[in-house]
Design a binder for this molecule. Structure first.
Ligand SMILES: Nc1ncnc2c1ncn2[C@@H]1O[C@H](COP(=O)(O)OP(=O)(O)OP(=O)(O)O)[C@@H](O)[C@H]1O
Ligand SMILES: O=P(O)(O)OC[C@@]1(O)O[C@H](CO)[C@@H](O)[C@@H]1O
Length: 301
């Protein structure tokens, strides 16, 4: 089974505003509300491709209820832990002349609630896939991803981590199957600005030296570079199209990659192709892309 963990789910409130002006009343011209958070987006896209998954994470308050019922509608099994303090956040994504995001704090997670999550994850079995994606609420210890991976050591579980900076760097010693920084995040980890594909490959390999197995570096409209555990470098451009909402493109890429990898019995070219199709299909959609849209783009790659 594939399990996704979203420590800090969100309702994404995506609004379009003409010429956003700070300090004034602005009015939306379009608005959308989606169930979000990185792991949830991964489960959503997997469901759109007909792949089953279980969504784990913490929810709270009435916004948490929306996430729970939303998950069922989106087609994956919710197994969230309801926490007692605070509420699931609402993240605001403003599309104007520029794209801006305001991501909320999320609820307070107490030690006993975190322990419940550890217990659930202890039940994972050989052959399962675990996706740890997104930020963690400020009330949680910053080594929580490391602690999860440490507990699962010794089991044959492929772990995918989509996180930034120290959250990601600190788990590399546990040899995650896949990590997916974007090119900017990769540069930030080493305090450099990466401009060329050669530089991206060089720094992605440094993450492998630290323990990562496969490193997938996404580059928004410029495609992606995969460095496999065998040291092969695959570079893929991405399809061109009208970008409608790139929120969740990275999560879609992760879900597409997993689907392509599983369906082809471990062919990394296929995984990258499906990942690229899924990422771009979401960028060209208002919400996480449908299976039809993904397969349409996949055929063009
Ligand atoms: N403008 C675009 N045009 C075409 N494809 C895109 C575009 N933006 C994203 N994609 C697709 O989605 C993939 C992931 O995008 P990106 O690098 O923006 O991930 P990310 O930074 O993790 O995204 P996010 O945090 O918004 O989910 C890209 O490799 C590409 O396949
Ligand atoms: O605050 P985090 O956890 O880093 O990111 C949360 C988030 O921006 O990521 C998803 C897109 O990748 C959105 O659905 C969600 O709002």
């Amino acid at each position: 089974m594939i399990y996704t963990v979203t420590f800090n789910p969100a309702i994404d409130y995506v609004i379009k505003v003409d010429n956003l002006t700070l300090g004034q009343v602005n009015r939306t011209t379009r608005e959308y509300i989606f169930c979000g958070g990185k792991g949830i987006n991964v489960s959503h896209l997997l469901a759109n491709l007909g792949v089953d998954s279980v969504g784990l994470g913490f929810i709270a308050g009435f916004t948490g209820d929306v996430i729970e019922s939303g998950a069922k509608e989106l087609g994956f099994k919710p197994d969230f832990i309801r926490v007692r303090e605070g509420m699931t956040r609402i993240n605001v994504k403003v599309k104007s002349n520029e794209e801006s995001e305001i991501n909320g704090l999320g609820p307070v997670i107490h030690d006993d609630e975190l322990e419940q999550m550890f217990k659930k994850l202890d039940e994972l079995e050989d052959g399962d896939i675990l996706v740890l994606a997104g930020s963690i609420p400020a009330t949680l210890p910053s080594d929580v991803y490391e602690r999860i991976m440490g507990r699962l050591q010794g089991k044959d579980i492929r772990i995918v981590v989509d996180a930034t900076k120290d959250l990601l760097l600190n788990v590399l010693k546990y040899h995650p199957f896949l990590i997916k920084p974007n090119n900017h995040e990769l540069g930030e980890m080493f305090d450099v600005v990466l401009k060329t594909n050669d530089e991206i490959v060089e720094y992605a390999k440094k993450l492998q030296e630290k323990g990562a197995r496969n490193v997938l570096v996404s580059m928004a409209g410029d495609g992606a570079i995969l460095i496999t555990e065998e040291g092969e470098v695959h570079i893929t451009p991405c399809p061109k199209g009208e970008v409608k909402n790139s929120v969740g493109a990275g999560d879609s890429m992760v879900a597409g990659f997993i689907t392509g990898y599983l369906r082809s019995n471990g062919d990394y070219n296929e995984a990258l192709k499906m990942g690229t199709a899924a990422g771009s299909a979401t960028a060209f959609s208002e919400d996480v892309a449908t299976g039809e849209k993904i397969m349409e783009l996949y055929k063009t790659l």
